[in-house]
Design a protein. Structure first.
Length: 156
């Protein structure tokens, strides 16, 4: 009887470990980031935006684009506006955490640049979002950041 109890306990412990490792912050399903971006464009009155090139992302932001299975990175064409959107799928969770740190660093940089010169844009930066869901990272610098976050989260 004692062996049966020990075996059942070990089985339960193994099952718990498997379940916890499966919930380690990964997204429940894959998201189509191009489709998320298309929904953002349709739903929000965004300024004219252009895609950031792989070279720009690597050189100016430190993003290793080769390690990103999906990547949408847009920046406002108007140099006096801070609107910028990154939707990135990283190769793994460690890479996702590094991308999140780069996004937060970008927010800090924009805050420093706009605080004394562009108070309206500084307010946009202050209300922006850098977030991660599993291997997916979003940087949402926009007056609509809160609503964009809901749309991004809804993709999972």
């Amino acid at each position: 009887m004692k062996k049966l109890t020990e075996s059942a306990l070990l089985c339960a412990l193994a099952l718990l470990i498997v379940l916890l490792s499966a919930c380690g912050g990964t997204a429940a399903k894959d998201a189509d980031l191009s489709a998320v971006w298309a929904r953002m464009e349709k739903k929000f009155d965004l300024p004219a935006m252009s895609a950031l090139s792989e070279r720009q992302l690597e050189r100016y932001y430190g993003i290793d684009t080769a390690a990103c299975p999906q990547l949408v990175a847009m920046q406002c064409d108007d140099g006096l506006r801070v609107d910028e959107i990154w939707l990135i799928q990283a190769a793994d969770e460690e890479a996702a955490e590094k991308l999140l740190a780069l996004g937060r660093s970008r927010l800090d940089q924009l805050a420093a640049e706009t605080e004394n010169y562009l108070p309206e844009q500084y307010a946009v930066v202050q209300n922006s979002r850098a977030l991660r869901i599993g291997c997916y990272v979003a940087l949402l610098i926009s007056p609509n950041a809160a609503e964009m976050e809901e749309l991004f989260r809804g993709a999972f």
